[in-house]
Design a protein around this ligand. Structure first.
Ligand code: NAD
Length: 366
């Protein structure tokens, strides 16, 4: 019997509606080669939801996600919604999805496709073949801890946030990271600031306590300041890194830029039941929206992550990643990954042409 995979598509705003249909078409083709059918339901989130449904995260959208195997999001936001009150901004839609669907594990790979080694700000030999996965805790830590706010104390204002993790929160994100490391190169680096912050002392203790259960994984620990430095000094020393919400926010952006372009970076946010929200790291790029100039590859690579982490179809994931590598090797580039220009055999193309090239690449490999 044909397996039917249900995906909720959330194109969102700006370039989202340009890149999501391409990723869906690529996903459909890759899945068909595994004999699986794709059923797509489109839903509103972000600015378009504010305009059409009165709020950034309609109940229907949440229901559509809950009924699906996974969701693929483009991006939310844009200048036309920036003056609205905080709880009526497009970004609230994204935060609402993360909290309502309990997406506690954020996976951000930093993978450098060899044809783009020149695009990195680091020397090509430092980054060529780079393949890091950062696992960031997404629903706890200082971004959510209470008390928080600006208070009066001794006749002046003080700003307060609370860095707080319960043992079960540390354990569940650490297990995700151990499992992923076991399927990759078997190395896990846990990042903390245990020399200063008690909360991360507990983090280190809980992560260390799990190591015996994963004998195939070599666990190491690193302070966050050193981790930032090591990422730009010798990034290939890392395989999987696991860390809390705030450190992960910062380190994943650093690692991401090692690969050169925002237009190439996918991400996944996973719940305990295997549901995942997959999205490019970039935003809605209002400056280029509607111009057929957006790079769809980050969204396409997010669809590949969906195959691997929510659908259990690693062959389809590899097929999509292979198609991305193939079009890059053929010299096809959207403007953002063109590099300095003047490279032989490199051709600038638009969003749609990139989509067509990807489909041709997948079909030719069938
Ligand atoms: P951005 O990521 O949208 O754009 C930054 C720069 O990168 C722009 O010059 C843009 O043209 C370029 N860029 C981004 N994605 C690209 C792609 N796929 N192809 C080619 N070029 C690309 O960040 P920003 O300008 O700071 O934010 C714009 C809007 O997006 C804001 O409303 C912001 O709140 C929102 N945003 C949303 C998300 C999200 O939905 N996850 C993330 C970041 C920003």
């Amino acid at each position: 019997m044909t397996r039917v995979i249900k995906v909720t598509a959330l194109p969102g705003d700006g370039i989202g509606p340009e890149v999501v249909p391409i990723a869906i078409a690529v996903l459909r083709t890759a899945l068909a080669q595994d004999g699986a059918a794709l059923e797509v339901r489109e839903a509103l989130v972000g600015g378009c939801a504010i305009d059409q449904a009165g709020g950034p995260l309609p109940e229907e959208t949440l229901a559509a996600c809950r009924a699906a195997d996974a969701a693929l999001l483009g991006a939310v936001g844009g200048p036309q919604w920036e003056d609205r009150p905080m709880d009526q901004r497009p970004e609230k839609g994204l935060l609402g999805l993360r909290s309502n669907l309990e997406l506690f594990a954020n996976l951000r790979p930093a993978l450098l496709f060899p044809p783009l080694a020149q695009a990195s700000s680091l020397k090509p030999e430092l980054v060529s073949g780079l393949d890091i996965l950062i696992v960031r805790e997404l629903t706890g830590g200082i971004y959510f801890g209470e008390p928080r706010g600006i208070f009066f104390e001794d006749n002046e204002r003080v700003g307060v946030n609370t860095y707080k993790y319960a043992e079960h929160e540390i354990e569940r994100i650490a297990r995700v990271a151990f499992d992923l490391a076991a399927k990759r190169q078997g190395r896990l680096c846990s990042v903390d600031k245990a020399n200063v912050l008690e909360a991360t002392d507990l983090w280190r203790e809980v992560v260390s306590g799990l190591a015996d259960e994963y004998p195939q994984v070599a666990l190491s620990h690193m302070y966050v300041d050193n981790a930032g430095m090591q990422l730009v000094r010798a990034p290939k020393q890392f395989d999987v890194m696991v860390t809390g919400n705030m450190f992960g926010d910062i380190l994943s952006d650093v690692a991401a830029m090692l690969t050169g372009s925002l237009g190439m970076l996918p991400s996944a946010s996973l719940a305990a039941d295997g549901f995942g929200l997959y999205e490019p790291v970039h935003g809605s790029a209002p400056d280029i929206a509607g111009q057929d100039a957006a790079n769809p590859l980050a969204t396409v690579l997010s669809a590949a992550m969906m195959c691997r982490y929510s659908l259990g179809l690693p062959a389809a994931a590899a097929r999509i990643e292979g198609a991305v590598d193939g079009v890059l090797r053929r010299g096809l580039r959207t403007a953002d990954i063109l590099g300095g220009g003047g490279q032989d055999g490199v051709e600038q193309i638009g969003t749609k042409a990139m989509g067509e090239a990807l489909l041709a690449e997948i079909e030719s490999g069938a």
